[in-house]
Design a protein around this ligand. Structure first.
Ligand code: SF4
Length: 284
């Protein structure tokens, strides 16, 4: 039985940076609130709660005078609302998300309808749309633009930072087909994050060499789900949140097991999964 870890695991640059900032503020003040979950990972949120981090579910739920916003970013409208309530805002938006926000703002100011290839309910996407002054839409299906009659003259396309690059390419090709027939201008800007590209490539490389791939992360994390989706196209794949979900039967059933994790999954969680697999291997 062989157990192997993917080349890129642990917190991504943006999540590491956001957690560092949050921990520093929590240390300085004894406690602090975040607007919504800082990252989509319950294990990380549990650890942060121990150092005095409280998650405010909405602006109205904020009790203190300082709030930390997450790596996914927020819209300028939300930031303005926070400041109008005399709150000190510590913004931890990931620089890659910030780039997507600026791209959306620039496109909207130049008269483009902004189209975000992404999940309309994801906080990052909502924030980016806000930077486009809500002159735009989010979708995963290029066909949904067919409902525009007439199709806007200028269309500016970007991606949620954690989307799968190949799927974004397919989306833009479909869109191009639509635009060519309707006499519109199309501008495409690739805003997928570099960390996600490397992580997905490393996971796919490992998936091609194993019989079972364990993707470790939260079920609500977009990038973790994308990793699992990609790997499942190559080998048997399970999405697990912690080492507790590792099944003893796997080490007998599969000869080679690969382990990877989402961008908000701590290296410690990955190590626990590897240790559990080693433990079961020793017993088998
Ligand atoms: S996945 Fe990429 S865009 Fe998202 S927080 Fe991490 S580095 Fe930033």
């Amino acid at each position: 039985m062989k157990i192997e870890k993917a080349g890129e695991t642990g917190f991504c640059f943006g999540v590491r940076r956001a957690i560092d900032i949050l921990e520093r503020v929590a240390r300085e003040r004894g406690s602090v609130e975040t607007l919504g979950a800082l990252v989509h990972n319950r294990q990380v949120l549990k650890r942060l709660s121990v150092i005095g981090v409280r998650v405010a579910s909405s602006i109205d739920d904020i009790r203190g005078d300082i709030v930390v916003t997450g790596a996914h970013g927020i819209s300028p409208q939300v930031e303005e609302e926070l400041r109008s309530r005399q709150l000190t805002v510590v913004n931890t938006t990931c620089p890659f998300v910030l780039r997507a926000q600026k791209v959306a703002q620039r496109l909207a100011r130049s008269g483009f309808l902004v189209i975000i290839y992404g999940d309309t309910n994801h906080p990052e996407v909502k924030g980016i749309l806000g930077w486009a002054n809500n002159v735009g839409m989010a979708t995963l299906d290029a066909g949904s633009l067919a409902s525009f009659e007439p199709l806007p003259r200028r269309l500016g396309v970007l991606a949620q930072t954690t989307q799968i690059p190949d799927h974004f390419t397919r989306f833009t090709k479909d869109l191009l087909g639509l635009v060519l027939a309707k006499d519109s201008e199309l501008r495409v800007i690739d805003t997928i994050c570099h960390d996600i590209r490397r992580r997905q490539a490393a996971a796919m490389d490992l998936a091609s060499r194993v019989d079972l791939m364990l993707v470790t992360g939260d079920h609500t994390s977009a990038n973790t789900n994308h990793l699992a989706e990609l790997c499942s196209g190559t080998t048997t794949t399970r999405l697990i949140e912690t080492a507790d979900e590792v099944e003893p039967a796997w080490v007998q059933e599969y000869r080679r097991i690969g382990v990877t994790g989402g961008a908000s999954t701590a290296e410690q969680t990955i190590s626990e999964v590897l240790a559990k697999l080693e433990e079961y291997t020793g017993k088998s």
